[in-house]
Design a protein. Structure first.
Length: 128
């Protein structure tokens, strides 16, 4: 099994002992993204919608670095410190994805790194 590490400067750098993504065969495992601005490594300024958009932008940058796109995501996990924001996730997600939508889980959590209110990770399958 060959693992290929995926890296881009257009998404936040890893803040721990992990890679932005790892490709094994046609499958790419994207690490969790929080709403960090890649250039500053600080949380994006603004409301919850701005945080959600930043997370999707970060995932998109990593997907592109793996020669894929958001449409190639087959599984998306959403972690929220307040599940009351889930309707907003759906609203913003509809701007980034089209049908068929990926399988998805939404998980309420007590806290996320750097005080973020949202984090998402994904599994992407590439068709070469």
């Amino acid at each position: 099994m060959t693992k290929t590490l995926i890296h881009t400067d257009l998404a936040p750098q890893a803040i721990g002992t992990y890679s932005q993504a790892v490709r094994v065969g046609d499958t790419v495992y994207l690490s969790g993204q929080i709403p960090l601005v890649p250039e500053s490594m600080e949380l994006v300024e603004g409301d919850m919608e701005a945080q959600i958009r930043r997370v999707f932008d970060n995932l998109q940058a990593v997907a592109r670095a793996a020669n894929g796109c958001l449409a190639d995501i087959v599984k998306l996990n959403v972690f929220l410190t307040d599940l009351g924001h889930f309707p907003l996730v759906n609203q913003v997600m509809a701007e980034y994805f089209t049908q068929p939508y990926p399988a998805r889980a939404a998980i309420g959590v007590a806290a996320l790194p750097k005080g973020a209110a949202v984090e998402m990770d994904a599994i992407m399958v590439l068709s070469d």
